[in-house]
Structure formats: structure tokens, C-alpha cells
Ligand binder design. Structure first.
Ligand code: FAD
Length: 487
């Protein structure tokens, strides 16, 4: 492909923006990236607090092959630029009857308590059968569907054999696949990140469970932030211009054509094309003037079903926490897991917490460790309603509960409530993934917007949320732009 001498503005320096910008530079375009925050990475960045490296969003990489494909498309060698550490002890789940279910590599599962050795043997057999069922679909998604633009005919042609797996809910599939209720509860615990109870979450989300067992979880040696840092370096090396502390206030449109952006404290910058990687809802509702947004696009933004809001309490400990697994859950049985979505105002009954330092000890000073606790929160409150008192109340409950399980010596802490996710991470209404995992693929915004020379990428476009997916969407939006420019 020949260089085209065009100038493109990329709005947002998260994974989608960085990937799109790097690809456009590689193809010879002049790229100006604008990021409102003082650093790159968006929801895949990290922040150092008193020597501890805390995640600003993403905790781990679930589909390592997808990140490799992303780097490959950007002409970068992932293995040398970004060594990854595998999380070996994946998950420990304690159930109300005292049973403990642990997931490890291999894939492996063991059940302690109720049923003991026999329960472990049965669970291993059932897990094997479950994975044998889901493996072909996992490969199809990881190697093909998720790394190409969304196409129903492509999916039907390649995936028609597996359509029955999409029927029903994840909860129903788990009930049919595993005979032990503690095992079922532990399995559905891996899907809680969707923010939807197992009896409602679509069966397709079980792909993430299959991916966990087959491909594992990974964290880069320097922490999650080293992923966007690596892409940022590669972008600069390719001649890309990165403007930090540069909020784009407006995308300017004339005669149905996006011709400039208006940047806070910099003014109007004329360009040949724009890629916006903020959510489709924000692009339509704030960056574009109402009169410029075609009715269909406005309707999609208005009707968007948003994902859940979240709360993270991040603790930097001066001691090593004695949690044996990366992810640690205390959960009710599957039929009662809806309780996790209507939190008890007085106590944290069902703690869910991750220990990133188990895989990457250097994220904490020597002898220390990091814990991230995710208490359930009310979803009916707006991001603005998260006062300091409300945050502190939930943090205190989480700390008290954690102290009832482990010896913890807190050195530093940070709270990310819906308010921080909205105001600092710039997530629309504080919704963690933008669109809900319940939204159909048709609800995603298209790379080519109906406004000429305006493209969209990021987690509200295909292939949706997840930092590698968001990066891939940046590649696909940039490819759409390049194809149009060469026409
Ligand atoms: C708490 C949490 C946990 C998660 N855990 C995981 C996980 O474990 N694994 C995983 O794969 N994914 C996870 N995700 C999802 C993943 O982090 C995101 O899907 C992905 O990083 C989104 O990338 P993006 O580029 O689309 O958006 P973002 O990362 O949100 O980047 C958009 C960027 O645009 C900037 N911006 C916004 N408005 C403007 C403007 N007007 N002008 C200039 N800049 C602007 C923002 O500051 C931001 O940097 C998690 C997300 C959250 C919030």
C-alpha cells in the first residue's frame, strides 16, 4: 500500500487509539493523537501510588493469541517487546457449606470438602467434556471471528455447527455440564465480570471460561500499563504525534464531512479524517453537534444498553497476603448468585478479590503485595452520587471483611468508584465496558460512521470490550479508513 499524505486525528490514547494510530503511521499517513489525560493507556493504564502499581482498569490478558495478532498487524514482535507472565494459580472459590474449589493451569480443578477426592475426579472429567464441546468455538472466535470485521455471513458460514451453544444462558449450560453445585458456582464466578447474574448472562460468555482454562491469564512483567507504553513508544518511533492533556471538545462537520477537531487550549485543527475511540455514546452526544448526527446514529446512541458500573478498592500491603490464588471468591451457590447484584448495605457478604502480585511481585515494593477488592454496588446510583462518605463506607466494609480472612497491613490504598471511572477514565456514565454484554452485536457502533471521514473504534465497536479487542477494533477502523482513502 502506498503512503497517502493524509493527516488523521485520533481521539483517545487507549488501546484502540494507539493501535489505529500506529497502523496509519505505518501506511504513511500523518497522525495526530489527542489524549485528554496526562498519560496513555485509558482503561489499560496503571498508576503508581507510594511504590505500588495499581491498575486503572484491566487486570489481565485472557486471549494471549489475540494480543499477538494485534502486535503482528502493527508489525511489532510481542514476545520480545512485551514478555508476559502466566498466572499459575487461577482461582479459589469458597462456598457456604465449606467446600473450596480451586482452578489451576493444565487445565486443572480440585474440590476440597464435600465429596473430596471423588468430587475432584468427577469435576475433572466433566471439565474435559465441557472444554471438548467449547474448544472448536473458542478457536473459531479467537483465531478468526474476533480478528476480522463483524460479518454475520462469515459467522454463519464458519460457525453454523455451533449455533446450538449460543442458546440459553450460561447458568443453564453450567447446570447441565457440572453435577457438583460447588463446581457450578465456582465456574459461574468467573463470569461475574460481566456484571450480569448467571441465569441471565448469554451462553456465549462461557467462551471466556473456556479461554481461561485453555489459554490461561497473563500479566506483562511491568504490569498492565506496559502494554500501552509499548504501543506508545512504537507509535512515536513511527513518527506519530502524541498530544497528552489534550481534550477534544468537538468534531467539526461541514456538508456531511468531518474536516476538523476543536482541541481545548489548542483550537481548531484541520485534518483529512478523524478516528474517535471514545464511546459511540460520547462521540454522538458530546463531540458532534446534534444537527450533524444522522437520525439512525443518534437513535443507536440514545438506546444504548450500558454495561454495569463498578467499584475497586486497591490496597498496597506492606506484608505478603496469604491468598493462594490470583482470583479469590467467597460465593453463594449458583441459584443464589443474584444476591451479588443487590448488595447488602451493612456488610460485604461475598468478597471477590484479586492479587496481581502473585503473578508479578515487582508491582509492590519488596515484601509487599497488592489486593484489588470488587464489592458489589448499587447500580441505580448515578456516577455523581458517589460521595466520599459513600465510598468510604464501602471501603471500610471491604477492609473489615478482608481482615476476617487474611492478615493485612495496609500501606496505601486507592478507591475507584463510578465517579472516578466517569471523571478520570472518561467512561460514559461510569459504565465499565460502555455497552452491556447483553447488547447484541448490532448495538455496536460501526467503524465507518454515516458522517464521511469520521471513523469509530474502541470498546463500543466490534469486537467490543477487552483491551486486546479494543486494540483490534483500532486496527480494523484504520484499515477501513485506508481502504476508503485508496479508493
Ligand atoms: C475496571 C475494569 C476492569 C477491566 N478488566 C479487564 C481485563 O481484566 N481484561 C481485559 O481484557 N479488559 C478489561 N477491561 C476492559 C478494557 O480495559 C477496555 O475494554 C479497553 O481497555 C478499552 O480500550 P479503548 O481504547 O476502547 O478505551 P479507553 O481505554 O477508555 O481509551 C479511550 C481514551 O480516550 C480518552 N478520551 C476520552 N474522551 C476524550 C476526549 N474528548 N479527548 C481526548 N481523549 C479522550 C480517554 O481518556 C481514554 O484514555 C476492564 C475495564 C475496566 C474499566
Amino acid at each position: 500500500m502506498k503512503p497517502t499524505n493524509k493527516t488523521v486525528a485520533v481521539i483517545g490514547g487507549g488501546m484502540a487509539g494507539l493501535a489505529a494510530a500506529r497502523l496509519l503511521c505505518l501506511k504513511g499517513m500523518t497522525v495526530k493523537l489527542y489524549e485528554t489525560n496526562a498519560k496513555l493507556g485509558g482503561c489499560c493504564a496503571t498508576t503508581r501510588v507510594g511504590g505500588y502499581t495499581f491498575n486503572d482498569g484491566a487486570l489481565f490478558l485472557a486471549l494471549p493469541g489475540m494480543l499477538d495478532q494485534l502486535f503482528h498487524r502493527l508489525e511489532l514482535e510481542r514476545s520480545s517487546l512485551l514478555p508476559l507472565r502466566r498466572v499459575s494459580a487461577l482461582q479459589r472459590t469458597a462456598l457456604p457449606d465449606g467446600t473450596v474449589v480451586t482452578f489451576g493451569e493444565e487445565p486443572d480443578i480440585s474440590v476440597e470438602g464435600n465429596g473430596g477426592k471423588a468430587a475432584t475426579a468427577t469435576a475433572r472429567k466433566e471439565l474435559q467434556a465441557f472444554l471438548n464441546t467449547w474448544d472448536p468455538l473458542l478457536h473459531l472466535f479467537a483465531d478468526d471471528i474476533l480478528v476480522h470485521p463483524l460479518s454475520l455471513p462469515r459467522f454463519i458460514a464458519k460457525g453454523w455447527r455451533y449455533l446450538h451453544l449460543f442458546r440459553g444462558t450460561a447458568g443453564a449450560h453450567l447446570n447441565n455440564s457440572f453435577s457438583n453445585e460447588a463446581v457450578r458456582a465456582a465456574m459461574s464466578g468467573t463470569l461475574l465480570f460481566t456484571g450480569i447474574p448467571p441465569d441471565k448472562v448469554p451462553a456465549a460468555s462461557l467462551l471466556s471460561l473456556a479461554a481461561m482454562f485453555r489459554q490461561g491469564y497473563f500479566i506483562p512483567g511491568g504490569g498492565m500499563g506496559s502494554i500501552p507504553e509499548t504501543l506508545g513508544r512504537a507509535l512515536r518511533e513511527q513518527g506519530g504525534e502524541i498530544n497528552l492533556n489534550s481534550k477534544v471538545d468537538r468534531i467539526l462537520v461541514k456538508n456531511g464531512y468531518a474536516y476538523a477537531i476543536d482541541v481545548k487550549n489548542q483550537g481548531v485543527v484541520e485534518v483529512d479524517a478523524v478516528i474517535s475511540t471514545t464511546s459511540g455514546m460520547h462521540t454522538c452526544g458530546s463531540l458532534l453537534s446534534e444537527r450533524d448526527v444522522p437520525a439512525k446514529m443518534a437513535r443507536k446512541a440514545r438506546r444504548a444498553i450500558l454495561s454495569h458500573k463498578g467499584f475497586a478498592l486497591q490496597l498496597g500491603l506492606s506484608n505478603k497476603i496469604d491468598a493462594g490464588s490470583y482470583s479469590n471468591n467467597v460465593l453463594p451457590f449458583l441459584a443464589d448468585q443474584h444476591q451479588l447484584f443487590s448488595p447488602d448495605p451493612h456488610e460485604l457478604r461475598w468478597p471477590i478479590y484479586m492479587v496481581p502480585t502473585l503473578a508479578v511481585p515487582e508491582l509492590a515494593p519488596p515484601g509487599g503485595s497488592i489486593v484489588e477488592v470488587f464489592p458489589p454496588i448499587r447500580q441505580d446510583l448515578a456516577a455523581e452520587d458517589w460521595s466520599e462518605e459513600r465510598k468510604e463506607e464501602i471501603a471500610a466494609q471491604a477492609i473489615e471483611r478482608l481482615k476476617s480472612i487474611h492478615d493485612i497491613d495496609i500501606a496505601v490504598r486507592r478507591i475507584l468508584s463510578p465517579k472516578e471511572f466517569q471523571n478520570d477514565a472518561h467512561l460514559y456514565a461510569g459504565a465499565l465496558y460502555g455497552l452491556s454484554p447483553l447488547a447484541s452485536p448490532a448495538a455496536l457502533f460501526k467503524y465507518r460512521s454515516p458522517i464521511r471521514a469520521l471513523y469509530q473504534a474502541g470498546q463500543t465497536t466490534w469486537p467490543g470490550f477487552g483491551f486486546a479487542s479494543a486494540g483490534m477494533s483500532g486496527v480494523m477502523a484504520a484499515e477501513a479508513l485506508i481502504r476508503d482513502e485508496l479508493r
